[in-house]
Each structure stands twice: as C-alpha cells, then as structure tokens.
Design a protein around this ligand. Structure first.
Ligand SMILES: Cc1ncc(C[n+]2csc(CCOP(=O)(O)OP(=O)(O)O)c2C)c(N)n1
Length: 253
C-alpha cells in the first residue's frame, strides 16, 4: 500500500496546547514539512521570542533558541553571520515584530541578512491576554481598547510587508493567511520559497501570516475564520510585495 501521509519527522508526537482554532499548530506543521522537504533538520535553528511562539521549541524537534521580546532578527543576524552553513528562521508575533522589535526587523531587512522571518499577525498580544498590537484594526476591541481601537489615541495599524518592501535589502516579502485550506497551501509554498532562498544564499525573506486568535478575539473558531477574510485581509491584502528571486523554480505542494 502506498503511504500518502505521515507526521513530519521533526514534529514531535504530542498534542498542541494551543487554544481551539489557533493558527500556531498549522504553522508548526508547515515549518516541519518544509524542513523535512529540504533535508535540513540537522542544520536548522529556529528563534522564538516571548509570545505564544515561545512554545514552538516544545513541538519542533530541531534546535531552538529562546530570545527576549523583539530581538529575534538581531540574534538571527549574529547566528547566521557566525554560522552561515546553518539555516536560521525567526518565528515572531505582531507584538514582538511590529512593536517592541520594530527597530530590529527594519534594520535586519535593510541589511538584507540571509535569514527567514515568519511573522504571525494575529492582531493582538495573544499570550498576555489580548492587548492591542500595532496590527489591531481600527474599531477592533481588545482588552486595552474595550471600545474599539481609536485612531486619535492609538494611531493606525501598521502594514509590515508594505513598509519593509520599500527597503532595498529584502529579497522576498509575501503576505499569506492561515484561514482556509487553499490559503494554507499558499502559505506553505511561500514558506518553502523563503527557506529555499536562504539555502541558495539569496538574502532576507519575510512571510507574514494573517492568523486566528479566537480566544483573545472573543470568537468561536468559525467566526474567527470569517474575521480574517472579512476584516483583516481587506486591510492587509494578501500577495507578493517583493520577489527578486522569482527566476527560480516554483514550489509545489
Ligand atoms: C521585554 C518584555 N516586555 C513584555 C513582556 C510581556 N509579554 C510577554 S508575551 C507578550 C505579547 C506577545 O504578543 P505577540 O508578539 O503578538 O505574540 P502572540 O502571543 O500574539 O503570538 C508580552 C508583551 C516580556 N515578556 N518581555
């Protein structure tokens, strides 16, 4: 009998502790499948800061480093420069990457470091109970914006892909969503491409993933799927913002 499906070798055989409908488990699987696909398990190092990403070490059976809030691009820079044979990816939430770590991501992108950044945009600070993040939508209720985010006091949400795509440093920037099987497959192709570009030495890649956080959004998972499609994606359009390596071969599922 032909085997058509198997657990990725670097995904541990244990249940995820994430909330129902959370996107982190989906992303963990995609990362594990990508590492298996390229046969890079022995030389891949993941970097996770605080935030729900901190649990990734518990599921991905690879070398993982935990770093302070917002600092993954700085740590990734040092690791990649000192050990260029390793494949280095960061796994960052929107509070991490777009608030406390804004300086680090902007400068790592501007320098064009040969690293892969996986950016989980779930519209809030998930781990600490759903506070406003830079990506919280106008009008969106969070624990720190109980009446909805107000532009007069909290400013506008930040579109990270669009902002970083203005820099000369990055090679590849794409925004995807983890809200449907079709979009998850597209996310997998984007992540594979970003890893391939690093393996080929092309430079800095960032994949932003619109992700579900039903618990902190106060929604059922099915409502959260609708929220991503109807509210997040119109403000954060999916698509490729920069791809300077597209002459390479296309990814397959
Ligand atoms: C320097 C520092 N400041 C604040 C915190 C508290 N803290 C822990 S997780 C977190 C928010 C993480 O949100 P995000 O990066 O969006 O990730 P998510 O949990 O939503 O996946 C904060 C503020 C901390 N651990 N360290």
């Amino acid at each position: 009998m032909e085997k058509v499906f198997a657990r990725p070798s670097c995904l541990k055989d244990k249940p995820f502790r994430y909330c129902p409908g959370c996107s982190h488990g989906v992303l963990h699987r995609i990362i594990a499948e990508t590492i298996d696909r390229f046969g890079i398990r022995d030389r891949t190092i993941g970097i996770a800061p605080v935030g729900c990403a901190v649990f990734a070490y518990d599921y991905l059976d690879i070398d993982m480093v935990e770093v302070p809030h917002g600092r993954p691009p700085a740590v990734a820079t040092g690791m990649k420069r000192s050990r260029p044979e390793n494949i280095i990816f960061s796994y960052q939430g929107d509070g991490d990457l777009a608030a406390i770590g804004t300086a680090e991501i902007v400068h790592a992108a501007a320098r064009g470091e040969n690293i892969t950044v996986l950016f989980v945009n779930n519209g809030n600070y998930g781990m600490t109970g759903g506070q406003m993040a830079p990506t919280t939508l106008l009008g969106q209720k969070t624990t720190t914006t109980p009446a909805g985010r107000d532009v007069r006091s909290a400013g506008n949400p930040i579109r990270v892909c669009e902002m970083l795509a203005t820099l000369d440093g990055p090679v590849y920037i794409e925004r995807v969503a983890l809200d449907s099987p079709k979009n998850i497959l597209a996310a997998k192709r984007a992540i594979q491409k970003a890893f391939r570009y690093q393996i080929e030495g092309r430079g800095f890649s960032l994949i932003e993933m619109l992700s579900l956080c039903p618990t902190d959004w106060g929604m059922a998972p099915v409502q959260a799927v609708d929220w991503v499609r109807d509210h997040m994606a119109p403000y954060f359009p999916l698509g490729v913002y920069k791809d300077q390596g597209s002459a390479g071969k296309a990814e397959t599922d």
